[in-house]
Ligand binder design. Structure first.
Ligand code: NI
Length: 135
């Protein structure tokens, strides 16, 4: 099995809040990410596909193709967008990095033409990252 990774970056705004809580209660729960007037992060996304190499091409899958798939189904929907308001696949979901990882997984897992999606990793800052492997 070979694991291939495509890295992408995007900038997005969000707010972490639970409906029904006051701004103070949301601040208690989510800290600065609860700012009612939004704020942004520069995210780094790593998508890993695992598979056997095709004897004809030597590829697990063509990374150019993987880049296109990630752009169409993820980056175009999140880059320079507000994750709470603009991103269809985040509707009704609190945009924590954990939830963004799971949502990106759900966007991609049935779009991979060869090999299979192995992991989605999201860096919110240099020191905080989150990974989802579908279970
Ligand atoms: Ni935040």
């Amino acid at each position: 099995m070979v694991y291939i990774t495509r890295r992408e970056t995007f900038a997005a705004a969000h707010r972490l809040s639970k409906p029904g809580l006051s701004d103070e209660e949301n601040f208690e729960l989510f800290g600065k990410c609860s700012n009612p007037q939004w704020h942004g992060h520069n995210y780094t996304l790593e998508v890993v596909v695992a598979g056997n190499t095709d004897p004809e091409t030597g590829f697990v899958m063509d990374l150019k193709e993987l880049k296109k798939i990630i752009h169409k189904h993820v980056i175009d929907k999140v880059d320079h967008k507000n994750l709470n308001l603009d991103t269809d696949f985040m509707k009704g979901i609190i945009p924590t990095s954990e939830n963004i990882c799971i949502a990106i997984w759900n966007q991609l897992y049935d779009k991979i033409p060869s090999g299979k999606l192995y992991s989605v990793k999201l860096y919110e800052t240099e020191n905080n990252y989150f990974e989802y492997r579908g279970e």
